[in-house]
Design a protein around this ligand. Structure first.
Ligand SMILES: Nc1ncnc2c1ncn2[C@@H]1O[C@H](COP(=O)(O)OP(=O)(O)OP(=O)(O)O)[C@@H](O)[C@H]1O
Ligand SMILES: [Mg+2]
Length: 494
């Protein structure tokens, strides 16, 4: 500061020597003021550089307790959701602040930790992150870790922390993004008004899905969820496919990538895998990361298909964390925060602002033994824009994809297809359901033809309807073909 004071004294006060009446003199006056201003700007800039180079104060806390999944630390004041580093003698572990009580912070590690010691040093992690745009405030999420997003992720398989799991080497440098995005004003979102070709006949024609729609795939185990999702990923006309494999078996991850998605499918896909043996935090993060990647491509104007397998395992990871930090269980062991987290995740999918890209999403929901009372299934059904139910009964008949058409619904469909098509779909469902209800009667020969005209039509049409719904997993059926095949179903009958 002394230096600047000295310099100030040596500046010639040119203005005093100029008389103000001639125009030439006033030009000189302005120029001399600029010299003065420039001088001060240079001084301030020099001081700013000194301030920026000075090392920040290192704040740290100490680890006081570890019970099961949760660690407690004291001596730090950090916001929930922010990241910190625990320094161990030989390595360091990343953890997230998941709660607090008085002065104690509850931390959850990102990986399973060995070698924690009492009193280990805990240091807040502050990413350089991205500055908030003008008019936006800087949030905790902006300070937390940013993960890679961008075109360079296409064809790659990553874990929930953005580290490559495949053998294609480290990720090249590219853009990064915060895991929690800013919500889009619902009034700015483009409405769902254009159908998305998913390459599956039964869905294209009977459960038409719109760009930006969020669907649930409700099914028990082993009824063909992964195969159906893989078919959509391979055959859809979406520009980019983002797959989040959350909490499923590790073996399934490899199977999904090599057998179901295949090299062709993987070319325009990004897979984020956080299998069951990873920490619950990484599983939650994996789902958020897959959504962040999808949002990046949507913001580039792309139509994205986001596949999340499964939403139930995501809820279970949140349950593990919430119970570990002492939240009381409410519905069937699930604490209330689980039901708050689900819509937060799902609402991030959907259309962007008018004229931008879209995220069409499929979330699988486990319904064991047709348990429609399962709280996660119940909650998911309420927050999604439709559900496709896969049934074990159809699997037992060798009917694939095992979509139970009567129980499935696409809530945006009436905005996407013509009224005539929509009423034909209702008729299809009516005939199909009527046949299923009377199936036993028909098979034992107890039904007398002519006693129920609707059932007569259902029996006549059933082989054709059933054939229409079946599709080989290696065969694609594009939107126009599906629609034409559907309308010719009833033409043939007449
Ligand atoms: N479209 C299809 N055509 C022929 N067979 C199929 C089809 N879909 C599923 N299957 C059969 O069903 C089996 C289980 O399918 P898949 O692995 O997709 O089920 P899942 O619901 O994902 O199971 P999990 O609950 O274990 O994840 C497959 O191994 C395959 O034999
Ligand atoms: Mg599966």
């Amino acid at each position: 500061m002394n230096a600047s004071a000295d310099t100030l004294e040596t500046i010639p006060m040119v203005e005093d020597e100029i008389s103000a009446d001639s125009p030439a003199n006033s030009v000189i006056a302005v120029a001399s003021r600029n010299v003065h201003l420039q001088h001060w700007q240079d001084i301030l800039q020099a001081n700013l550089e000194v301030a920026e180079q000075s090392p920040p104060l290192l704040v740290s806390g100490r680890l006081t307790k570890v019970t099961g999944l949760v660690m407690e630390a004291v001596g730090l004041r950090m916001a929930v959701g922010s990241t910190c580093i625990i320094q161990l003698p030989n390595n360091q572990v990343e953890a997230e602040v998941v709660g607090f009580s008085g002065d104690k912070l509850f931390l959850m590690p990102e990986v399973d930790v060995q070698g924690l010691v009492p009193g280990a040093r805990v240091i807040p992690f502050e990413s350089a992150g991205k500055a908030a745009r003008p008019g936006q405030h800087r949030r905790t999420a902006d300070l937390a870790r940013h993960l890679p997003v961008g075109e360079m992720l296409l064809g790659r398989v990553l874990d929930g922390a953005g580290r490559p799991l495949d053998q294609h080497g480290p990720l090249p440098d590219g853009p990064t993004s915060a895991l929690q995005s800013r919500p889009i004003n619902p009034l700015d979102r483009a409405p769902i008004k254009e159908a998305l070709d998913v390459g599956v006949r039964a869905i294209n024609a009977l459960l038409t899905v719109g760009r930006g729609q969020r669907m649930g795939l409700f099914a028990g185990s082993g009824v063909g969820k992964s195969i159906l999702l893989g078919m959509m990923a391979r055959y859809t006309t979406a520009d980019v496919i983002v797959v989040g494999l959350i909490g499923e078996r590790g073996r399934e991850v490899k199977e999904f990538i090599t057998d179901i998605l295949g090299t062709e499918g993987l070319k325009r896909a990004v897979v984020v895998a956080a299998p069951a043996d990873t920490s619950p935090l990484l599983r939650l993060q994996g789902a958020a990361y897959a959504t962040t990647i999808a949002e990046f491509f949507r913001d580039q104007g792309k139509n994205v298909l986001l596949i999340m397998d499964s939403l139930t395992r995501y809820a279970m990871a949140q349950r593990e964390i919430a119970l570990a930090i002492g939240e009381p269980p409410a519905t069937k062991g699930y604490p209330p925060s689980v039901f708050a987290k689900l819509p937060q995740l799902v609402e991030r999918a959907g259309n962007g602002i008018d004229g931008g890209g879209s995220i069409t999403a499929f979330y699988t929901v486990l319904t064991e033994g047709d348990d429609q009372q399962d709280p996660i299934a119940d909650s998911a059904r309420a927050i999604l824009d439709g559900h496709i139910v896969l049934s074990r009964r159809l699997v037992e008949q060798g009917h694939y994809p095992a979509i139970e058409i009567e129980a499935s619904i696409s809530r945006a469909m009436n905005n996407l297809v013509s009224t005539a098509h929509f009423s034909q779909v209702q008729h299809f469902k009516l005939l199909y359901a009527h046949y299923q209800r009377n199936r036993d009667l028909i098979s034992v020969g107890a039904y007398v033809q002519g006693s129920d005209p609707l059932l007569d039509e259902a029996i006549l049409m059933h082989p054709r309807l059933s054939h229409f719904l079946r599709q080989d997993m290696h065969e694609a059926d594009h939107f126009i073909e599906s629609m034409n095949a559907f309308s010719s179903l009833f033409d043939q009958a007449n």
